[in-house]
Structures are given as structure tokens and as C-alpha cells.
Design a protein around this ligand. Structure first.
Ligand SMILES: [Zn+2]
Length: 277
């Protein structure tokens, strides 16, 4: 048996094996509560996966990402409106995992100077050619650098669960954020109702695309430890797949009762303290 990698966030060996999905072993770190894939694929294999996801055919016949442009743009407007409760344009905005650039295009129209990082060449090319987004870099976050405190707003949206090294990436992003700036994180919530009931058959339990699964409590500990104050929280999307969640009424109910299996955090980087001369 291939040995499990230690927990990315606390360095401990996994304390519990949960189940296996398509040959990927899903384990839990009991000391921090993160659930993750114990035998992740290499970065080359992941790049192929994301190129296929964004441009090519995907298994189970779901529409490919770029074909869902209209709904992605709608979601991007909701995301920006939500985050702009805490920080208004103009300013410098970085979308980590910007995919085909839908959100960057929306943000630019709202007055932001936009920058993106994207691992998939297919998606990054689309962002550049379709929207003229010159500031999209095609690379894993590990090999990208920006000056410290460069951005007013950063999002890691539906992205951290895909990363091979999310702990380091999160720290990197926080470093690029200016004091007082806002970071938006959106990811699936492994401890919401849907996954608790469905286990390995949860719609988002999809290794090797998803490699990490978080809880609300995890971020409530981790984000303050990185010098961030949580200013906003919300959940959305599905309770169970197949529910008529798309109707406005159901969506509002799911949001109000915080039943959705996807959660969003808005956090503010603590302003620099006065030197106290
Ligand atoms: Zn851990």
C-alpha cells in the first residue's frame, strides 16, 4: 500500500481513513479536521485534467466549463457584489484560479484593475483571447510571485480544494494582500448536511479534481491565525443534488438556513499597527 502523505496544514499523519473513490484514498486529519486525498496525482496529470475540464470533453457528459459562460458570469456578479460590501473599487484585484476569466471581466467592468493566475492553458488562453485579459498568468500558484501587499482584493474561489499545497498557497496570497485588504475564499463544506448524509457519493467528492475538503470551523481557526478577521460568511448551492435549488425562493432559504454544501468567507487583513514611538 502507498503510504499516506501527512496533513498539509499541521504536518501530522492522517488519523483516520474514510473511504476510497476511484482509487483515491480519502483520509481525515483529526488534529485539524481537514479531509484530503492521501495519494494525490502529480502536477502534470492535474494540468491535463484541468485542460480537459475547461475546454475538452469531460466524463459523465456534463457541459464543459466554457459552455456554462452565462451562468458563470451571473455567479461572478453575485461574488463581486457580495465582496464589495467590504471593499469598493477602484483597486487591484487578483483572482487565484481565474479559469476562463469570467469573473475578471466582470470585475474590470465594475472598476477593478484585474490580475489572474490559472493552471490550465486552455482556460488562460481563453481569458486572454476572448476578454483581452493580459494580466492572466498561466502557472501553478507555487511558481508565481507578486510584490508584498500589492492587492486590495484577492479571491480564491472554488479553487483551494483543487490545490496540491493549499496551506502554502493561502499564506502566499495573504502576503500579496495589503493591510486592510479583503480576501474572499469559497470552497465546499464537507460538514454540511449533503456530504454528511451522502458520504463518498457526495456530488463534490471528486478526486483527483478535488483534493481537500474543509469545514467552517477549520477556517474559523486558521484564518485568524494568519492575521485575518472574518467579516462575512455565507453558504450556497446545493443541499442535495436534484433539489430545485435554482428557484430564487429555494436559494434564499438555503442561504438563510446555511444549508448549502459550498461556503464563502470574506476576511480582512489586519491593518498594520502603529509603531508606538
Ligand atoms: Zn491537520
Amino acid at each position: 500500500m502507498i503510504p499516506s502523505i501527512p496533513c498539509e496544514f499541521c504536518g501530522q499523519p492522517p488519523s483516520r481513513a474514510l473511504f476510497e473513490v476511484d482509487g483515491y484514498r480519502i483520509v481525515e486529519c483529526r488534529s485539524c479536521g481537514v479531509v484530503y486525498v492521501a495519494n494525490p496525482p502529480g502536477i502534470g496529470e492535474l494540468k491535463e485534467e484541468y485542460d480537459a475540464f475547461h475546454g475538452g470533453r469531460v466524463p459523465n457528459d456534463k457541459p464543459v466549463y466554457i459552455d456554462r459562460r452565462a451562468s458563470k458570469i451571473k455567479g461572478a456578479r453575485r461574488r463581486m457584489k457580495w465582496l464589495e460590501q467590504w471593499i469598493a473599487p477602484p483597486g487591484r484585484f487578483l483572482d487565484v484560479g481565474c479559469a476562463a476569466g469570467f469573473c475578471l471581466d466582470v470585475a474590470r467592468k465594475r472598476g477593478w484593475e484585474v490580475h489572474g493566475v490559472e493552471i490550465s492553458e486552455v482556460a488562460a488562453r481563453y481569458a486572454r483571447e476572448e476578454f483581452g485579459l493580459e494580466n492572466v498568468r498561466c502557472a501553478p500558484i507555487e511558481s508565481v510571485e507578486y510584490p508584498a501587499g500589492h492587492f486590495d482584493l484577492i479571491t480564491i474561489w472554488a479553487c483551494i480544494e483543487h490545490m496540491t499545497h493549499p496551506a502554502a498557497a493561502l499564506e502566499k496570497a495573504v502576503g500579496w494582500l495589503r493591510p486592510g485588504g479583503i480576501l474572499g475564499i469559497n470552497t465546499c463544506n464537507r460538514y454540511s448536511l449533503g456530504p454528511r448524509v451522502k458520504g463518498r457519493r457526495w456530488r463534490l467528492m471528486t478526486p483527483p479534481s478535488h483534493l481537500f475538503f474543509f469545514s467552517r470551523a477549520f477556517f474559523e481557526r486558521r484564518l485568524p491565525a494568519l492575521g485575518l478577521d472574518i467579516v462575512g460568511y455565507g453558504t450556497g448551492n446545493f443541499v442535495f443534488e436534484g433539489w430545485p435549488w435554482r428557484t430564487k425562493k429555494i436559494r434564499r432559504m438555503v442561504e438563510r438556513l446555511q444549508l448549502g454544501d459550498v461556503m464563502s468567507f470574506a476576511v480582512r487583513k489586519k491593518p498594520v499597527e502603529d509603531g508606538g514611538e
